[in-house]
Design a protein around this ligand. Structure first.
Ligand SMILES: Nc1ncnc2c1ncn2[C@@H]1O[C@H](COP(=O)(O)OP(=O)(O)OP(=O)(O)O)[C@@H](O)[C@H]1O
Length: 810
């Protein structure tokens, strides 16, 4: 159903009479302004309504019967979510219009960040993810479908400032124009905007090849392979928003996780999703995948390689088994004046029985402890028996046993030492004896992942012994003090250990879990009834209320947690979909941790094999994925570079050809910006260079005084060796991997830290050093050079690497 009330505005190209063009342009702007104002007025109404609902809803949580609590919860949750969504879409709310040909119905639609309907329930604005909006992204001059025209609306705040039209008049276009990029005028205008230290969404200018990525089906593993600046990250984030919109019933409850390379990067992208109408996506680095830990420290490449390799899984498994011991010569414990003894064979049997159970170490331990306590209790009973029996035997031998005693002795021969109840009591009593408990703990300790790994890494002999059998070629790099801080590459290992160790699954916990499950089911039933009774089911067309999620969130009467918050706190949470960005950097062990979080194997894997910087990262996608989805992952390639101007890209291409000859660089769409250059000078010249480069990219330096997010960003990307020296030379620049650094006009980064980011001007310092430090042999220099959107300067004080010889040295 289209919007017939929209007046028919002739495209500019059709108004060719002298003097008519400008008038037509103004008329079109006026018309569109009216529509846009109507849409914003509707947004304001919706916001006011959601605010009122939030104010008026009775306070959720706390006492009251469950039904009453859930009723208020439905109201507040609905309103809060709606308000969050409405709050994020102010900027550029409506950005497109499509007109279908009259022979196809002649409908007109306005396309925006979210869908809005007027008082009569007629659509005013179509959500960009809706099927009806699709032609806006897919129509090309060669394949316009039923579209007569596509129009881009450029807004400043709520004002329409420019329109870009594309008229799909096939006869009038030659072949070259047909194969051109969709909406070029709008696209290039967007690309030329200065950088703000935050990624902006591209919802108005999504290109065909990106649209295919965004709308690809939820199921299975989609690999998005593309060179630098091809929009992999933006496409992946738009895909997250699209999937949540299209598969809301599945994904709202299970959640979507985006895994990014570092906290700076996550900060860089975090504003994109709210702008697309989504507020509930979990973002995490690999260092945050293990709840309770936020590891940021990186290991030396030689250590990261060992920790990232698959043999580590076998090593950790061996380390767990190594903590399940049988004492040589059997178990001997002093207790109550006796020496209790369990033979080595019985100890080994207890261990094997426990190991045979298909449960983790800490749960198996209960079986082991139980068996050994039984053996000890029986041993004690035997010894007591002997103490009593020996004098009796003496008496028997002397032949002076009274008749009554002889009868008792004869009866006792066939009786077990203890009946079941006695045995249980005896075991319980023994468990409370500190000596016995300590002995059993030493044989099969209850372990946390942190304890297991700290003990293992602090013990070079055990490392070497277990490592050899597990296939870890070098274990020396793993050795470190027990209290050393956890690194990013430790996180997948902790996760692996947690999987093998499990939590202590005592009967009590199992009981309380069952009770909680019962309560959850009751709450869910009530919630469903409440949703029906309050009419929220109708509103639910937008998928805003889910009985199960609601019941889960309000079970304890506490404040509602979002799906993302609950998921992030639960190591065993199974997400509905996981997006991994800069995925080429993940090690084999990191992939195991990621895959554990998505048992349905519904993933979007985004990256560029040519940019793999980590020594433990991927050489091919098959190397990482075939193990989990053999032959079942699909790959889509993005070939157009929207970031780096052609002249800078030429320099980067030379580097790529030298360091990764097989890889094809993406084709740049931009042909603007200053020519890139090399400057031979020392670090002491940097302050002047940075000042002049900043002046070239910051439109008006005085604008900065007002605070807020202004355009214009510069990065100095430097080798690790020169990093401290450069930082000292540029005291006003922000340093490295902190999210706050992105707010600063100038930032100093290593190539590793610069991954995924972009800046108006990039100064690369010590290219030879970056090349030398790159564990894979030069990819880091390729990454550094491709961060620039407008200007590139390479600073060197030694000879310029020959692969950069294209740069004229100033
Ligand atoms: N369709 C588009 N319209 C407007 N801008 C776009 C579009 N696609 C990509 N861009 C812009 O191009 C730049 C690069 O995009 P993005 O960071 O997603 O690329 P990438 O492939 O992830 O790069 P890298 O591999 O170097 O990290 C961003 O500024 C992004 O906004």
């Amino acid at each position: 159903m289209g919007l017939r009330q929209a007046p028919d505005v002739k495209p500019e190209a059709e108004n060719v009479e002298p003097g008519g063009r400008e008038e037509a342009r103004r008329a079109a702007l006026r018309t569109e302004q009216e529509q846009v104002s109507r849409v914003y007025a509707r947004l304001d109404q919706e916001r006011a309504r959601a605010e009122a609902a939030l104010r008026e809803a009775p306070a959720a949580g706390g006492g009251g019967v469950l039904q009453a609590r859930l009723e208020s919860a439905v109201a507040t949750d609905e309103a809060a979510r709606r308000l969050a969504r409405l709050g994020g879409v102010e900027h550029g709310l409506c950005f497109g219009r499509i007109d279908h040909r009259s022979d196809a119905g002649g409908d007109t639609f306005y396309v925006g960040r979210i869908g809005l309907r007027d008082e009569d329930h007629e659509p005013m604005l179509i959500d960009w993810r809706a099927t009806a909006a699709r032609p806006f992204y897919t129509a090309t001059p060669g394949a316009p479908g039923t579209l007569a025209r596509r129009r881009h609306l450029h807004l400043r705040h709520r004002e329409v400032v420019r329109l870009d039209d594309e008229v799909f008049d096939l006869e009038g276009l030659d072949e070259a124009e047909r194969s051109g990029i969709v909406g070029e005028a709008a696209l290039l205008a967007t690309l030329r905007r200065g950088r703000t230290g935050r990624m902006s969404d591209v919802v108005a200018t999504i290109q065909e090849e990106q649209d295919q990525v965004i709308r690809s089906a939820l199921q299975g593993v989609l690999v998005v392979q593309g060179g630098p600046g091809t929009g992999k990250t933006v496409a992946a984030l738009h895909r997250a928003a699209y999937l949540l919109y299209t598969y809301r019933d599945v994904l709202e409850r299970r959640g979507v996780l985006v895994v990014g390379p570092n906290a700076t990067f996550l900060r860089y992208i975090e504003q994109v999703l709210p702008g697309l109408g989504e507020t509930d996506v979990a973002l995490a680095t690999v260092g945050e995948l293990y709840p309770g830990l936020k590891a940021t420290a990186a290991d030396e490449p030689s250590v990261a390689v060992v920790k990232g390799g698959l043999p580590m899984a076998a090593l950790i498994e061996a380390a767990v088994r190594d903590r399940q011991r049988v004492p040589e010569g059997g178990l001997e414990i002093e207790s109550d004046g006796l020496t209790l003894r369990v033979e080595p064979e019985a100890c080994a049997l207890a261990r094997d029985r426990a190991r045979a159970l298909p449960v983790p170490h800490n749960v198996q331990r209960r079986r082991f402890v139980h068996d050994l306590l039984e053996a000890l209790a029986l041993n004690r009973a035997e010894q007591y028996d002997r103490i009593i029996d020996e004098p009796l035997e003496e008496i028997t031998k002397s032949g002076q046993v009274p008749q009554w005693l002889q009868e008792l002795l004869d009866e006792a021969v066939d009786e077990p030492l203890m009946d079941e109840a006695e045995l249980r009591l005896a075991k319980e009593a023994m468990w409370h004896e500190p000596g016995i408990r300590a002995a059993l703990d030493a044989l099969w300790p209850e372990l946390t992942p942190e304890q297991l790994l700290a003990d293992l890494f602090a013990d070079p002999e055990t490392l070497a012994r277990l490592g050899a059998a597990a296939g870890v070629r070098e274990t020396a790099p793993l050795h470190r003090p027990r209290n050393a801080p956890w690194t990013v590459s430790d996180v997948p290992l902790l996760d692996e250990a947690a999987e093998l160790l499990g939590t202590d699954d005592s009967a009590e916990r199992a009981r309380s879990r069952r009770a909680a499950e019962r309560e959850r089911r009751d709450a869910e039933r009530y919630a469903r009834e409440v949703i029906e009774a309050t009419g929220a089911a109708d509103m639910n067309a937008g998928g805003v209320v889910d009985a199960e999620a609601l019941a889960e969130q309000h079970r304890d009467g506490g404040p509602a947690l979002t799906t993302a918050q609950r998921a992030a706190a639960d190591r065993e949470w199974a997400y509905g979909h996981v997006i991994v960005d800069e995925a080429q950097e993940l090690s084999e062990m990191a992939w195991r941790a990621v895959m554990r979080r998505v048992p349905t194997r519904s993933l979007t894997v985004v990256g560029d094999i040519a940019q793999t910087g980590s020594a433990a990262g991927a050489a091919s996608w098959g190397q990482m994925l075939d193990r989990y989805v053999p032959g079942r992952w699909r790959e889509q390639r993005l070939m157009v570079n929207y970031r780096t101007p052609a002249a800078i890209m030429k320099v980067a291409e030379d580097v790529l050809a030298a360091v990764a000859p097989g890889e094809v660089p993406p084709v740049p769409v931009r042909d603007d910006g200053a020519p890139p250059r090399a400057v031979a000078m020392g670090v002491d010249g940097l302050p002047d260079l940075v000042r002049s480069e900043l002046a070239a990219v910051v439109p008006d330096a005085s604008a900065r005084a007002g605070g807020g997010v202004e355009e214009g960003r510069l990065a100095v990307i430097v080798s690790g060796a020169r990093h401290p020296q450069v930082l000292a030379a540029l005291p006003d620049a922000a340093a490295g991997a902190t999210p706050e650094a992105l707010d600063s006009p100038a930032v100093v980064l290593t190539a590793e830290e610069a991954k995924g980011l972009e800046f108006d001007s990039v100064v690369v310092v010590d290219p030879a050093g970056i090349l030398g430090e790159s564990p894979k042999g030069g990819q880091d220099l390729y990454v550094a050079l491709t961060r620039a959107t407008r200007r590139l300067t390479v600073v060197h004080d030694g000879p310029l690497p020959t692969m950069l010889s294209r740069l004229a040295t100033a």
